[in-house]
Design a protein around this ligand. Structure first.
Ligand code: BGC
Length: 721
């Protein structure tokens, strides 16, 4: 099997949800789950749209799924050829990571169905499918091809008042319940055979019904072209969708797929990590880079990426710190225009963050923990459902995970450090950093008997310990945020008037004076035998093994955190926390410091989040723990190849793809194995190549220059690309 292709040679409906994620095709505008054409809602088909949200009644607001405009159902001699219902002799499906092409071949006995489809990387709004039927006996076939409005939603329905139109293109459109956004899909087909054709409007959509007699040995092919638009994209989304599907039909499938492949080639030219030495690792890296690239908002200048990408509606389609800390590094080093879009989303949603801070009685910008459109907070007070009582559990992620604002400031600063480009700071980025710093000024707690400032009642990356004081990670991020705010003056040293004017306009003069004062007072964490205490009092918690905590579970889906969670009273943590801090500030810690902390925290970490392993891998590289780094790298990079990761948080389904791990895989290879970092505006490398790899090569853009990083066991170099 090529190290570019994911293949599965069987079908099990119980695995359909996980496979829908693993075989995802997407282009940043929409994601098409990897299920077969004839799949009904029980197999979770979905075309998930980026940045379009809807709330139904009092359920969770989530992204909207467009109708399934690649729906096809073949019947032969009256028998429906439906995978999972009709017995199949064999089924194979593949995903080509290089070109984002999904293929299936199912031998149903009398007929074999094979198809090839993609979400166009060249045409933002286009889906296309080439569907072939090879008959082994004479008979009569009926193919239903159309737009299915039988949509799988987690917290829906979201689309109402369906309307249909049938011409050369079939179209279906409806409006979202909350904001009345029109979502439209149109579809054209081109057939290489004659058939009796009728159009039927049914409760589940609008379909073309194609009937004809076939003979053993006949091969018939249908190409489907579908345009998907919303009223956020075009004033007349129905016409736009129809126009695009007609144009695509005119061009033909071969030309459409060629343009799509070429667009992917251009992406790979800019970011492909080439490795030699381990085929499984090469496949896993291709998978990771594919998954992150296919959900990047290339069509927009101000969109970010949801925590589960475009693989469905889990995690409410919300934007978390994953964007700035885990997705951002690959983009900023390879496709900075995408990194810019992620940050512009934050700049443009500043008003939401100001509003949230004010709601909690603070000043400045407190960004949403789960950000939706306009920076709206999607995180509810009850984010988990208890498996025993079936009652919602009060969680404090929304209120207390205050590191989010500093994470955004961290990425804004990195953007400047890596690209040398000040425009983003000028166009709102500086204001964001200053408002985030202002939030921390108002959020700090003073102690009457101390010169020091605490950050009490917070949650760090380890969500199992809620409402703690002085989380080391959070305090370190806040310090960096304040430093970045102060540094702005130097960055704009050549425009002192403009900078002063900005401070004046923001009524910031007094706060500006307070920044250095707070910076000097933020409490340093306690350190015991070289180990940084994760938060005040952490060392006093029960120190036990992960297995001990696991053995206390009464239900495998039980939530480990919150008031009654098994981890809360112990030192067992959900994900990298102190180690995440060390990974983000490698220069602030010595190798022995990192090593001692790594050895302490790793056995106490559940890795219950896909954001964890990569942080441990990065720090393991740094201290030469290359065997451990390798295992953690494979775990990270393979996550959407094997389809692992947690599927449930209490009673809530959280499955999907794992863009944070996908970005983590790039980080481990580039920042860990190659040891890439910026020093005074120039990239440098400090290779830590594991023995499994004979070569590592990848392009970057740093300081405005296109460069190539090459690492072999003999050493490494950065050359002009
Ligand atoms: C993690 C968070 C993360 C979120 C989305 C949670 O399980 O604890 O750190 O941001 O998932 O990926």
């Amino acid at each position: 099997m090529s190290n570019w292709v994911l293949e599965k040679r069987s079908f099990d409906s119980k695995e359909a949800a996980a496979d829908g994620n693993r075989f995802l095709c997407a282009n940043g505008y929409m994601g098409l789950r990897g299920v077969v054409e004839e799949a009904g809602p029980s197999l979770f088909p979905a075309v998930t749209l980026a940045g379009v949200y809807d709330q139904y009644q009092d359920r969770w607001r989530e992204p909207v799924n467009a109708p399934n405009s690649l729906f096809m159902q073949l019947s032969f001699n009256g028998l429906a050829m439906t995978l999972g219902e009709t017995e199949a002799v064999s089924h194979c499906q593949t995903l080509d990571y290089r070109h984002g092409i999904f293929q299936r071949e199912t031998d149903f006995g009398p007929v074999t169905v094979s198809s090839q489809r993609f979400v166009s990387m060249a045409e933002t709004h286009l889906l296309a499918d080439r569907y072939e039927m090879r008959f082994r006996s004479d008979g009569e076939m009926t193919l239903i091809a159309g737009i299915s409005t039988d949509i799988w939603d987690i917290n829906g329905p979201h689309l109402f008042d369906w309307q249909f139109r049938a011409g050369e293109a079939l179209s279906a459109w409806a409006v979202t319940g909350e904001k009345r956004i029109t979502v439209a899909a149109a579809q054209c087909v081109s057939l290489d055979f004659e058939a009796e054709e009728t159009v039927e409007q049914r409760a589940s959509g609008l379909f073309r019904v194609l009937k004809r007699k076939v003979k053993a040995g006949d091969t018939l092919t249908v190409s489907v072209f579908s345009g998907v638009y919303t009223s956020l994209d075009d004033a007349d989304p129905v016409k736009a969708a129809e126009r695009l599907s007609l144009q695509a039909k005119e061009k033909g499938f071969a030309a459409c797929i060629r343009a799509h492949r070429d667009a992917w080639e251009t992406i790979w030219e800019r970011c492909e990590i080439v490795t030699e030495g381990d085929e499984a690792a090469a496949l896993a890296l291709h998978a990771s880079q594919y998954h992150l690239n296919c959900i990047a908002p290339r069509h927009a200048k101000n969109l970010s990426i949801p925590a589960r990408g475009l693989s469905g509606q889990t995690y409410k389609g919300a934007i978390f710190w994953d964007s700035e800390i885990f997705f951002f590094p690959m983009f900023v080093y390879t496709q900075p225009e995408i990194a810019k879009s992620l940050l512009r989303y934050r700049i443009e949603t500043l008003s939401g963050a100001l509003k949230k801070a004010a709601e909690y009685g603070y000043r400045g910008a407190f960004y949403a923990w789960e950000s939706q459109e306009g920076g709206e907070e999607g995180c509810t007070n009850f984010n988990v459902v208890d498996v025993f009582t079936h009652r919602p559990v009060r969680t404090y992620f929304r209120d207390k995970q205050i590191h989010i604002s500093a994470d955004i400031a961290y990425a804004l600063r990195s953007y400047y450090d890596i690209t040398g480009d000040r425009t983003l700071l000028k166009d709102g980025g500086a204001r964001v950093i200053l408002e985030c710093a202002r939030f921390y000024l108002s959020r700090a707690n003073g102690h009457v008997d101390s010169e020091q400032a605490d950050f009490a009642d917070v949650i760090g990356p380890d969500e199992y310990h809620e409402r703690v004081t002085n989380n080391a990670f959070t305090n370190r991020m806040i310090r960096h945020c304040l430093e970045s705010a102060l540094l702005l003056k130097d960055i704009f040293a050549d425009q002192p008037e403009a900078f002063t004017a900005l401070l004046q306009e923001m009524e910031y003069e007094k706060d500006w004076q307070l920044l250095p004062a707070l910076l000097g007072r933020i409490r340093e964490p306690r350190v015991k035998n070289g180990v940084v205490e994760q938060f005040d009092g952490y060392f006093d918690l029960e120190d036990c093994f992960l297995d001990t905590v696991r053995s206390r579970l009464c239900d495998p889906r039980e939530y480990w955190g919150g008031d009654h969670g098994v981890a809360g009273t112990t030192q067992i943590i959900k994900q990298a926390d102190v180690i995440a801090m060390m990974a983000l500030f490698p220069e602030a810690f010595t190798d022995p410091e990192i090593d001692v902390n790594w050895r302490y925290y790793e056995p106490r970490t559940e890795h219950g989040s896909s954001l964890s392993a990569c942080m441990y891998a990065l720090t393991a590289c740094r201290v030469g723990r290359l065997d451990e780094a390798w295992d953690l790298f494979m775990r990270t990079a393979n996550i959407d190849v094997v389809g692992g990761g947690k599927q449930w948080a209490g009673e809530i389904y959280i499955g999907g793809t794992h863009p944070a791990s996908n970005g983590g895989a790039w980080m481990i290879a580039a920042l860990g194995f190659a040891g890439l970092r910026m020093k005074n505006g120039k990239p440098e490398i400090h290779p830590n190549l594991p023995k499994q790899l004979k070569r590592l090569r990848f392009p970057i853009i740093a300081g405005g220059e296109r460069l190539m990083v090459e690492v072999t066991p003999e050493g490494g170099k950065i050359v002009q690309a």
